[in-house]
Write a protein that binds this ligand. Structure first.
Ligand SMILES: NC(=O)c1ccc[n+]([C@@H]2O[C@H](COP(=O)([O-])OP(=O)(O)OC[C@H]3O[C@@H](n4cnc5c(N)ncnc54)[C@H](OP(=O)(O)O)[C@@H]3O)[C@@H](O)[C@H]2O)c1
Length: 226
C-alpha cells in the first residue's frame, strides 16, 4: 500500500508521517498547493490521509483532494464541529459532508483539541499578568496518539465515521492553565472568561468534549513535561 499525507509539515501530519513509514508528505513545502490546485500528482497513492488545513478554505481543500479520486481518503475532523458554530467548525462539518456525499471510500475521525493547541493558547494568554482563560472545559489529546489512530485507520478498510478520539482528562480550562503555569514556572493570576452568545453556550455545554471516547492516555502535564 502507498500513502500520501497532506499537511505532513503540520503539528498532526508530521506524527502521521512518523507512524506510516514510507508515506509521502504533501504540502506547499513539498510543491503541492491544495488551494491553487498545483502539484496534485503528489497525491497519487492508495490511501490519502488529509491533515492539511486552511482556516477559511477547508471545503476547497477537501475538494482538491477528492478531485484526485483516492481509493481511500482518511480525514481528520473535530469533535463538536456539529455543535459549536465557529466559522472554522462549520467548514469542518461542510468538508465532512462533501467527503461523505462524494461517494469516495473514506474514514472520518473527529478528535478533541490537541495538547499543542492548548499550549499555544496559554503561551498567548499568559503574556499579560492577568491571564484571561476561557470559562469552559477541554479534553485535550496528544496529537501523536491521534496520528497513531489515523495511521491504523489508513491501514484498514474505509470505515465511514470512526469512533471519536478524546484525551484522558476533562477539566476546566483554568485547571489546564494552572498545569501550564506550573510546568513553565510562570506566575499569573487566572481569571475565567465568560462570554455571551451561542458559541460560548455550546462550549459551556460541553459540545467540544467526548467523554465516552476518552481513549487518549497522555495527559496535558505529560505533554508539557515530557
Ligand atoms: N489543533 C487541534 O486542536 C485540532 C483538533 C482536532 C482536529 N484538528 C484537525 O487536525 C488537522 C491538522 O491540524 P494541525 O494543527 O496539524 O494544523 P497545522 O499545524 O496548522 O498544519 C497545517 C498543514 O496544512 C498545510 N497547508 C496549509 N495550506 C496549504 C495549502 N494551500 N496547500 C497544501 N498544504 C497546505 C501546511 O503545510 P505547508 O505550510 O507546508 O503548506 C501544514 O502542514 C486540521 O484538519 C485540524 O482541523 C486539529
Amino acid at each position: 500500500m502507498t500513502y500520501a499525507v497532506t499537511g505532513g509539515t503540520g503539528a498532526l501530519g508530521r506524527h502521521v508521517l512518523a507512524a506510516l513509514p514510507g508515506a509521502r508528505s504533501v504540502s506547499r513545502a513539498t510543491g503541492t498547493d491544495l488551494l491553487r490546485g498545483t502539484g496534485l500528482n503528489a497525491l497519487r497513492a492508495d490511501v490519502v490521509v488529509h491533515c492539511a488545513t486552511s482556516f477559511h478554505h477547508e471545503v476547497a481543500m477537501a475538494n482538491a483532494v477528492l478531485s484526485t479520486r483516492p481509493a481511500h481518503l482518511v480525514y481528520i475532523s473535530i469533535v463538536g464541529c456539529n455543535e459549536v458554530s465557529l466559522p472554522y467548525y462549520r467548514q469542518k462539518l461542510a468538508a465532512e459532508r462533501l467527503i461523505i456525499d462524494s461517494g469516495t471510500p473514506h474514514t472520518i475521525l473527529r478528535a478533541t483539541q490537541f495538547h499543542s493547541l492548548l499550549r499555544s493558547m496559554f503561551d498567548r494568554l499568559s503574556k499579560p499578568p492577568l491571564m484571561l482563560v476561557p470559562g469552559f472545559r477541554f479534553q485535550p489529546v496528544d496529537e501523536a496518539e491521534v496520528a497513531a489512530e489515523l495511521a491504523a485507520l489508513a491501514q484498514a478498510s474505509p470505515a465511514g465515521r470512526a469512533p471519536d478520539l478524546g484525551g484522558p482528562e476533562i477539566s476546566e480550562a483554568t485547571t489546564f492553565a494552572r498545569t501550564y503555569l506550573a510546568a513553565t514556572g510562570k506566575h499569573r493570576r487566572i481569571v475565567p472568561l465568560k462570554l455571551p452568545g451561542a458559541t460560548y453556550r455550546a462550549y459551556r455545554a460541553g459540545g467540544n468534549l467526548s467523554p465516552a471516547h476518552a481513549a487518549g492516555t497522555r495527559t496535558f502535564a505529560d505533554y508539557l513535561t515530557g
